[in-house]
Design a protein around this ligand. Structure first.
Ligand code: AMP
Length: 250
């Protein structure tokens, strides 16, 4: 699998710029990727990026990138880090501030795929307002569905490269050398929130706050539902197929 693309502007925010911004594409895709944690949104985002040019904008990645950076005790970022560690949702206000600081990524020439945002109804409403105020709209919301036992098995076997962030799985997509990234030789790690206690909390938060967003976006006529069971390439082909059908219908 190809290494993750440059997302410096999104991950660092502020004045940071991407060294290799995505090329301007013929058709700009603006998507939201929905689905439970561990369903494979990150893997699909990587594949979709190479096919469509759209940049993966993951709010979880921003919180992880901020880890280890000095955050004042009691600050929103310090609170977010400990909520994340426990698998809880970060407060809407904190997430929305973070996104508002990165709105220029919504105008990225390559388009975007929001991954892990929105996660609550309040965030979805705020995103709608943000899009309207920037004069842009979503093309589709791709909802990846998978039975819960498979979600748990995917999460527990997931290993991430501590350097280039490539994703592996101990059983279904193992690296050539155990514990080492095939792409950059980095150390493979298990995310703290991929451990069983945090996974339980994350799945509860998903069912309670995020799953209802499928109906929210169905009502907006944006929902595309993809069966995430099977090899990532098959899921990817299904996603492209369904997106192409939307374009034909439009
Ligand atoms: P993810 O990488 O998308 O699974 O996100 C990891 C963690 O970051 C989540 O379990 C939450 O603690 C936090 N997080 C990321 N995005 C959001 C969001 N949109 N709303 C609330 N919490 C979030």
């Amino acid at each position: 699998m190809t290494p993750v693309h440059d997302r410096t502007a999104w991950l660092k925010g502020g004045e940071a710029v991407c060294v290799q911004p995505p090329m301007k594409v013929e058709r700009t895709w603006r998507l939201v990727l929905l689905g439970p944690p561990g369903v494979g949104k990150g893997t699909q985002a990587d594949l979709l990026h190479h096919a469509l040019g759209a940049c993966q904008l993951s709010t979880g990645d921003v919180f992880r990138a901020a880890r280890g950076q000095p955050a004042a005790a009691g600050s929103a970022m310090a609170e977010a880090q400990s909520q994340m560690e426990r698998g809880e949702l970060v407060r809407d206000e904190t997430v929305l501030t973070l996104v508002a600081e990165r709105t220029r990524c919504l105008h990225c020439g390559g388009g975007f795929m929001l991954d892990g945002f929105p996660r609550t109804r309040a965030q979805a409403v705020a995103l709608d307002q943000l899009m309207v105020s920037h004069g842009i709209g979503l093309d589709a919301v791709v909802n990846y569905e998978l039975p819960e036992d498979e979600v748990v098995s995917r999460i527990s076997g997931r290993r991430i490269c501590s350097s280039c962030k490539s994703v592996f799985h101990v059983a279904t997509h193992p690296p050539e050398a155990e514990g080492t990234c095939d792409h950059c030789g980095g150390l493979l790690m298990q995310r703290a929130d991929d451990r069983p206690d945090a996974v339980r909390v994350r799945l509860e938060a998903y069912h309670e706050a995020t799953e209802p967003l499928a109906e929210y976006y169905r009502a907006e006529g944006l929902l595309v539902t993809v069966n995430a069971h099977g090899h990532p390439d098959e899921v990817f082909a299904q996603t492209l197929n369904l997106l192409a059908r939307r374009v034909l219908k439009a």
